[in-house]
Design a binder for this molecule. Structure first.
Ligand code: CTP
Length: 398
């Protein structure tokens, strides 16, 4: 997918630098070439030898290396790439970039380049939250730089919060989206997919028969049109698509949290078969047999993710697409569902057992929008996905 693409990879001095060998390996697997640049601080975390061996290319570290200048001047080095990627982008590197400083090789390249730049920030949570960093972030975004993350989580320094570098596979997805041409290039689309698992106790759960096939096919079709796809999936049977920002969750509540964290997006496609109910108080330890006395499970209603996002006052995606799996009165039920939940489109299908659609490879859908109901012929789930992705592209670009 990245055949022949050239990435100039600037590695900053943060603990997350140890994840960069993985990124380099994945980029090369996909046919990209990687020219690494290490800042002085980065060399405290990863060695030029490791990075150079994996990249299979010369590693650049010094601004005033006469041999380098004889081979390839820094101006040229900054311009031959299709994309410049800075990871981890430390607070210091971001500040230098925002101010236009050029006092080492990395910052000089970043000032001299006329190539698109993408950064994956990583730093302590307080440094990230500091007004100075947030100011620099706004300046960089204003300059057209793509910013991936950071993620929220445990930090190497023992604190918790936003500041963790996004995972190598997410950087890869960002790079693929940036370098793939297509009508949806520059658009960010959320797709939910798969079933959810609602725990009963640590070893048991309630689930449904969704395989995740339709949501996965839709995500693939959107990636092929050049979109950046955030794919929030429950535990599915089919492997997740390549080239997406992957968020794997278990329960409906986790899915809602991941969906909210993915906003803002240009469109949201809610293909997940979210469990309507969860066990009200899941047991923290395994429920044991009690001499023939049967356990009674009490249920609580799960949040409706599609309705929550459709009814947002602020940050509602420009297009919200829901699904309606029905067994009776498909069109009437789905039309009512569109009204009730407040989404723009509903992709309705008949999941009666005799149709073989749930868990099968084909689908027969009706697209319900404000213009009415449109029946699509029965076709493979991949074909439904491609047709739907094209319709989404038309609507998002309108
Ligand atoms: N959905 C959701 N969150 C839920 C339940 C459903 O986001 N808690 C979304 C699904 O992803 C799908 C749509 O809502 O896009 C419709 O799902 P469906 O199961 O058909 O509808 P329900 O709301 O469960 O309605 P009912 O069970 O009454 O048919």
């Amino acid at each position: 997918m990245l055949n022949g693409k050239r990435i100039l990879l600037i590695i900053g001095g943060g603990i997350a630098a140890f994840k960069l060998p993985e990124l380099i390996r994945r980029l090369r697997e996909r046919g990209a070439s990687v020219t690494p640049v290490l800042t002085k601080a980065a060399q405290e975390f990863v060695t030029p030898l490791t990075i150079g061996s994996l990249a299979g290319e010369k590693v650049y570290t010094d601004l005033f290396d006469l041999t380098d200048e004889a081979e390839m001047g820094h101006i040229q080095l900054s311009r031959v790439a299709d994309l410049v990627v800075v990871a981890p982008a430390t607070a210091d590197l971001m500040a230098k970039m925002a101010q236009g400083q050029a006092n080492d090789l990395a910052s000089t390249l970043l000032l001299a380049t006329d190539t698109p730049v993408m950064i994956a920030p990583a730093m302590n949570v307080r440094m990230w939250d500091h007004p100075a960093t947030q100011r620099n972030l706004a300046l960089l975004q204003g300059d057209g730089i793509t910013v991936l993350g950071p993620n929220e989580g445990d930090m190497a320094c023992g604190e918790y919060g936003p500041g963790r570098m996004v995972e190598p596979m997410e950087i890869l997805a960002g790079i693929e989206a940036a370098l793939t041409d297509g009508p949806l290039k520059g658009k960010r689309i959320l797709v939910t997919s798969g079933p959810t698992h609602e725990p009963i106790d640590p070893v048991r759960y309630i689930a449904n028969r969704s395989s995740g096939a339709q949501g996965t096919a839709i995500a693939k079709a959107l990636v092929a049109l050049g979109a950046e796809v955030v794919f929030v999936t429950g535990p599915a049977d089919v492997p997740p698509p390549e080239g997406v920002v992957l968020r794997q969750v278990e329960s409906a509540k986790d899915m809602l949290t991941a969906v909210e964290a993915a906003l803002p997006v240009d469109a949201g496609v809610f293909a997940a078969a979210v469990a309507d109910w969860r066990v009200a108080s899941a047991s923290g330890s395994k429920i044991k047999k009690q001499n023939g006395k049967l356990p009674v499970l009490e249920f609580a209603e799960n949040p409706d993710i599609l309705a929550t996002i459709s009814q947002l006052d602020q940050g509602r995606p420009g297009l919200v697409v829901g699904f309606a799996a029905e067994t009776d009165d498909v069109i009437a039920n789905a039309t009512a569902k569109r009204q009730r939940k407040g989404c723009d489109w509903i992709v309705a299908n008949d999941v009666s057992p005799e149709t073989g659609i749930m868990g099968g490879s084909e689908n027969a859908v009706t697209l319900i929008s404000e213009d009415g109901a449109e029946n699509w012929p029965r076709m493979g789930k991949d074909a439904v996905a491609v047709k739907l992705a094209n319709r989404i592209a038309e609507a998002v670009l309108r």
